[in-house]
Design a protein around this ligand. Structure first.
Ligand code: FES
Length: 106
């Protein structure tokens, strides 16, 4: 089980925006959707493009390369051409900021 890592403070990420951090060599987008924070892998399951770059559309992130959409709350692939979900990571808000943890191999 990996440790929790500090990735910044909530006020650094306004609602509707995201910040990219590195977690065990994986690019992860920390997303603020309506005041709740989610952590998603920043790699499209269609063809490996970075998912970040475009503004969020409600709770969806849109791949800049071919337009697949993923839910930032669940990682679910919402539209073609992606059919495989992206990884999501647990987020905690503590007194000193935001923490995420890589739980893929728990
Ligand atoms: S690489 Fe993301 S939709 Fe094709």
């Amino acid at each position: 089980m990996s440790d929790w890592i500090h990735v910044g403070r909530p006020e650094e990420i306004p609602a509707g925006q995201y910040k990219v951090v590195e977690l065990d060599d994986t690019q992860v987008a920390i997303v603020n959707y309506r005041g709740a924070f989610y952590a998603i892998e920043d790699i499209c399951t269609h063809d490996g493009a970075r998912l970040t770059g475009l503004p969020l559309e409600e709770d969806q992130i849109v791949c800049p390369r071919h337009g697949a959409r993923f839910c930032v709350r669940t990682g679910k692939a919402v539209t073609a051409p992606a059919y495989q979900d992206i990884d999501c990571f647990p987020v905690e808000i503590r007194d000193d900021g935001l923490y995420i943890r890589d739980n893929r191999w728990d």
